[in-house]
Design a protein around this ligand. Structure first.
Ligand code: SF4
Ligand code: SF4
Length: 89
């Protein structure tokens, strides 16, 4: 199985890991990933808890096709919410 690879400015090989999902149960809505993503892939969303009849903000994947696989979002997340994977070619 081969994956899409790129090259850094210094000539090293880089395998981008693209956004798959965010674990909404783990997300605390801190917004760090939103600030880190330069591609506007992420956006806040309200999650309704029907048991407690309350609402909390979480981060959602709103524009996955814009992802460049830079992994900045996962690097900044304090709760390990992100699932990313390389692209098969
Ligand atoms: S991998 Fe990069 S471009 Fe993709 S969602 Fe995360 S921060 Fe944005
Ligand atoms: S950094 Fe992690 S915990 Fe914070 S909003 Fe993003 S996904 Fe949620």
């Amino acid at each position: 199985m081969a994956f899409l690879t790129a090259t850094t400015k210094g000539g090293a090989s880089w395998t981008p890991a693209f956004i798959e999902s965010i674990d909404e149960e783990k997300c605390i809505g801190c917004g760090r990933c939103f600030k880190a993503c330069a591609r506007r892939v992420l956006g806040p969303e309200d999650l309704v808890d029907e048991e407690t009849d309350s609402t909390r903000m979480i981060m959602a994947v709103v524009n996955p096709d814009n992802c460049t696989g830079c992994v900045a979002c996962a690097s900044t997340c304090p709760k390990g919410c992100f699932s990313l994977k390389p692209m098969e070619v």
